[in-house]
Design a protein around this ligand. Structure first.
Ligand code: NAD
Ligand code: UDP
Length: 392
């Protein structure tokens, strides 16, 4: 049964400036339409988007950009790895556009609940973030990951088809490139899966291709994210992983606020600038804007099932990232050297040409801004959306 949770503006908002109330200056939304948050474009007027996993890290930032861009937005999230506080804060950040947001605490595998949501609202498109994403956990609990990510997606696609909604943006990952033989990674590179999490991404990509082949009315954007970091510049929403963080930036952040004593650096003998692993970090607001660009692309006639990298095209080592964070925060990050993390690739960064050319989207922020905004969020919310007493 769908439990529709009303969201109140009950908490007092720290927002006292309109600085944060419009999409970033160069957002794809603005550059392509010349419009802004106060004049939603014709393209977005009366468009309603369902966002699965919209309470999560990337989802919450994307929902905010959608609202500011004039879309009506409905979130479906089971809050397995997120908090309703994030939804409330997005609503507050969106100011007058917050009225266009609805939230349902529903698990995607609950087909009856999903049916009910689709019966009550006509969706123009779906952005599908919902899924479990911890690589290590997926190795320990493969069936949990296959059940959640695959069955959740299949259920969603079935309900979408039954209600004639055949436009989808799916969160894939650079993990599908495995250990790339060369960089930058282009969308044509061979694909592989190093763990059950990666296999769910590969499998869902294949499912989407099959669905489009069987019924060309389906238009699907597979977006392969590189390494999303940072937070909204307000410092009001950000990443709040449950448990010990797997990823570099949330770990650095928790060291900086005193929740963990030191960062363990996995590997110092890679053939990189300083021996540590290299990744393509992308500001989460840039990533969110990439979804608006993808939605826009779905409006074009000749879309089938297409794939796009969303990254910056620049590689940064672990130590370079630590130094940038130390500069942004003024905090020293103690380091502990360790061996390579099993399954880790040496260097991964994106070719961004296809997204620039076809989505007319390009990341704007560099690692200094990513670290500045990550620290702004961390210092204002050292325990994320929770309290020091929570189990994190
Ligand atoms: P997140 O965990 O913050 O967000 C995922 C959201 O989905 C959470 O709010 C969770 O509660 C919800 N969810 C999970 N299973 C669900 C289910 N069965 N029904 C309803 N809701 C469910 O993760 P994120 O970092 O925002 O990632 C979003 C998507 O992007 C995921 O699919 C992830 O695999 C993918 N991705 C993330 C990264 C990254 O580094 N963050 C990189 C590449 C791809
Ligand atoms: N990393 C690290 N210590 C950590 C977490 C990550 O040294 O506690 C390194 C990791 O080995 C990799 C880089 O940071 O070289 C990015 O790791 P992350 O897990 O964030 O992204 P992914 O490897 O999935 O791209």
């Amino acid at each position: 049964m769908a439990s529709r949770v009303g969201i109140t503006n009950g908490t007092s908002s720290p927002l006292n400036s309109s600085r944060f109330l419009s999409p970033s200056k160069n957002s794809s939304f603005q550059t392509q339409n010349g419009s802004n948050s106060n004049s939603a474009s014709l393209m977005t007027q009366n468009k309603t988007v369902l966002v699965t996993g919209g309470a999560g890290y990337i989802g919450s930032h994307t929902v905010l950009q959608l609202l500011l861009g004039g879309f009506k937005t409905v979130i479906v999230d089971n809050l397995d790895n997120s908090s309703e506080v994030a939804v409330r804060r997005v609503k507050e950040l969106a100011a007058e556009f917050g009225k266009n947001l609805n939230f349902h605490k529903v698990d995607l595998r609950d087909k009856a609940a999903l049916e009910q949501i689709f019966s009550s609202t006509k969706f123009d498109a779906v952005i599908h973030f919902a899924g479990m994403k911890a690589v290590g956990e997926s190795v320990q609990k493969p069936l949990l990951y296959y059940n959640n990510n695959l069955i959740g997606t299949i259920t969603l696609l079935e309900v979408m088809a039954a209600h004639g909604c055949k436009k989808l943006v799916f969160s894939s990952s650079a993990t599908v490139y495995g250990w790339p033989k060369e960089v930058p990674c282009t969308e044509e590179f061979p694909l592989s899966a190093a763990n059950p999490y990666g296999r769910t991404k590969l499998t869902i990509e294949e499912i989407c291709r099959d669905v489009n082949r069987a019924d060309p009315d389906w238009k699907i954007m597979l977006l392969r994210y590189f390494n999303p970091v940072g937070a909204h510049p307000s410092g009001y929403i950000g990443e709040d992983p449950h448990g010990i963080p797997n990823n570099l930036m949330p770990f650095i952040q928790q060291v900086a606020v005193g929740r963990r004593p030191a960062l363990t650096v996995f590997g110092n003998d890679y053939k990189t600038v300083d021996g540590t692993g290299v990744r393509d970090y992308i500001h989460v607001v840039d990533l969110a804007d990439g979804h608006i660009a993808a939605l826009r692309k779905l409006e074009e006639a000749d879309i089938g099932c297409d794939v796009y990298n969303l990254g910056t095209g620049k590689g940064t080592s672990v130590l370079e990232m630590v130094r940038a964070f130390e500069k942004a925060s003024g905090k020293k990050i103690p380091l502990v050297k360790a061996g390579r993390r099993p399954g880790d690739a040496e260097i991964v960064y994106a070719s961004t040409k296809k997204a620039e050319r076809e989505l007319k989207w390009k990341a704007k922020y560099g690692i200094d801004e990513m670290c500045r905004d990550q620290w702004n969020w961390a210092s204002k919310n050292p325990y994320g959306y929770g309290s020091p007493d929570s189990t994190n």
